[in-house]
Write a protein of this length. Structure first.
Ligand code: NAP
Length: 282
């Protein structure tokens, strides 16, 4: 069994990204990532700070626009339109969740799909599902990079994705399909999940329930990717997979923390860089 080291891969990619950014700068383009944070959700503040730090250290133009919790939807839409028009920004990210009086759907629709670095705009979802990915959700994108890095050949493999969210499960399934895996998506209404999971060569778990996947879900030799981020009773970060029990059965497994998480922010930076690079071709 090998433990996939997402942190080490993210660190390696960060170094390579700096070099790519320097080259792009010498061609006259500095990647720009702007993040909008509405309100003071403590978890969102941490996420946003991390994104800003990573963007700055990659050599990007980086800005966080912090708005009061009572900012109107109209004002937020006007700001997004202004950022859409500003050539300095190649990636625009609105940190979710938004306060209840603002429609997430309307806000996500307002972002120029070519600057939608989260890949949540329906245009980008459609591009992904029609085999022409441009901006794609970072978490599954990072998982695909990890699987490639560890030499996982997906062609003809059976893959089960547990979870069907728009940000993880669904795009994950499409990316695996694109690499010629035979993909099943499971969810809370799936019958006899352990038996179904036990058939999978590749098991991706994105549920949000600590230690849910135990040894009896896992085929010997399977590749197991744990997307979950949960807190146990003592506040410790744990995944959706019961690591100690599953690791001895798996051929490859991601830990929590240090697996999927570090790659998510890495892919956000990579995609901002790619968007900036595309402007050279315009
Ligand atoms: P979500 O929107 O809440 O979706 C959870 C999915 O899991 C749903 O499709 C749900 O099924 C399914 N599910 C829930 N209980 C289940 C059960 N008992 N059996 C089978 N399926 C079940 O969550 P998400 O945004 O995809 O996130 C999932 C987890 O990944 C969370 O822990 C989140 O914190 C973590 N996450 C981590 C990263 C990272 O960078 N590491 C990024 C994003 C998310 P239904 O559709 O039937 O309700």
């Amino acid at each position: 069994m090998t433990i996939i080291d997402g942190k080490a891969l993210a660190d390696k990619m960060a170094i390579a990204l700096k070099a790519k950014v320097n080259q792009l700068k010498s061609a006259g383009v500095t990647p720009g990532l702007v993040v909008i944070l509405v309100g003071e959700n403590p978890a969102s503040q941490v996420y946003v700070r991390n994104k800003e730090r990573r963007a700055t250290s990659a050599g990007f133009n980086s800005e966080v626009i912090r708005l009061a919790v009572d900012t109107s939807q109209a004002d937020l839409l006007a700001l997004i339109e202004q950022l859409n028009q500003d050539a300095k920004w190649h990636g625009i990210l609105v940190q979710l969740p938004l306060p209840a009086h603002i429609s997430e759907e309307k806000i996500l629709l307002a972002i120029d799909p070519d600057k939608d670095v989260d890949g949540f705009h329906p245009t980008n979802m459609g591009r992904l599902w029609s085999g022409n990915p441009v901006m794609i959700p970072s978490t599954p994108a990072g998982i695909m990079v990890m699987l490639a890095e560890y030499g996982v050949d997906l062609v003809g493999k059976t893959a089960l994705v547990i979870g069907r969210s728009n940000i993880v499960g669904k795009p994950m399934a499409q990316m695996l399909l694109d690499q010629h895996a035979t993909v099943t998506i499971a969810h809370s209404r799936t019958k006899d999940l352990p038996a179904l999971a036990k058939q999978a060569d590749v098991l991706i778990v994105a549920i949000g329930r600590g230690n849910f996947v135990t040894a009896d879900f896992v085929k010997p030799g399977a590749v197991v990717v744990d997307v979950g981020m949960n807190r146990d009773e003592s506040g410790k970060l744990i995944g959706d997979v019961k690591f100690d029990e599953v690791a001895p059965i798996a051929s490859l497994i991601t830990p929590v923390p240090g697996g999927v998480g570090p790659m998510t922010i890495t892919m956000l930076m990579e995609q901002t860089y790619e968007a900036a690079k595309r402007t050279l071709a315009d």
